[in-house]
Design a binder for this molecule. Sequence first.
Ligand code: F6R
Length: 259
Amino acid sequence: MEVIIRPDAVAAVDLVARLIAERIRRHPKTVLGLATGRTMEKVYANLLERRVSFSQCTSFNLDEYIGLSADDPQSYRHYMQQHLFSKTDFQPQNTHIPEGDADDLEQAAHHYEQLISEAGGIDLQLLGIGEAGHIGFNEPLSAIMSRTRDKCLTPMTRRQNAAMFGGDPGRVPKRALTMGVGTILEAQEIILLATGSAKAAIIAQAVEGPITSMVSASALQLHPNCKVVVDNSSASQLQGREYYEFVFDNEPEWAAFRQ
Ligand code: F6R
């Protein structure tokens, strides 16, 4: 794992968008794992400004609320259409989101795993992190080997996402269909982005704490190619800051990104 600390949220978002854009320019057929949420809105806006062509990319989103149809304005399909898909040259048939309104959720989850595998697996997985430590909707106690399945959301996650449901946590669906931690760990490369002081405590636990299913993001410590990009506020409780900054300031792979 590598931790990159940027001075503010704008710089952190910019770095992540640049890493994604450069990967797609080098490999136009990239299979992307995508996330939703407020943090990602800024990444997608930044990618639009960069005029990246997604025409040959395939995407798999991490999760979808159970019970919401694709055209529901609160669904993650709707979010992705609004923030990325409809504004780019992404081929609609190449964009995938778990089928949260499927009659048979177990079958839908199995089918999603099959589609990922038929696409050759995920090349680059983008992640946010919830205050409960989730990646995707892998809430505490999600098995580190878990696959796509339905998961009950924590009250904390429902409060965190209430803004998108008129401010009422009671209106946030109770369950979601989400890629598992094991599914996520199979991606070739992972980039997790966190900004803001509300994420500082959970980032410290995920990066420097023990690997535990109580903090799903801590499982990323097992991944051989995972970057955690944070702004100063999200980095404020990290103990190893001096080393992380030294790596970014000195490693040749980051030379082009330092200006
Ligand atoms: C949603 C997802 C979640 C979010 C996380 C952070 O697809 O994967 O794990 O990334 O809840 O959400 P924000 O950015 O709204 O704080």
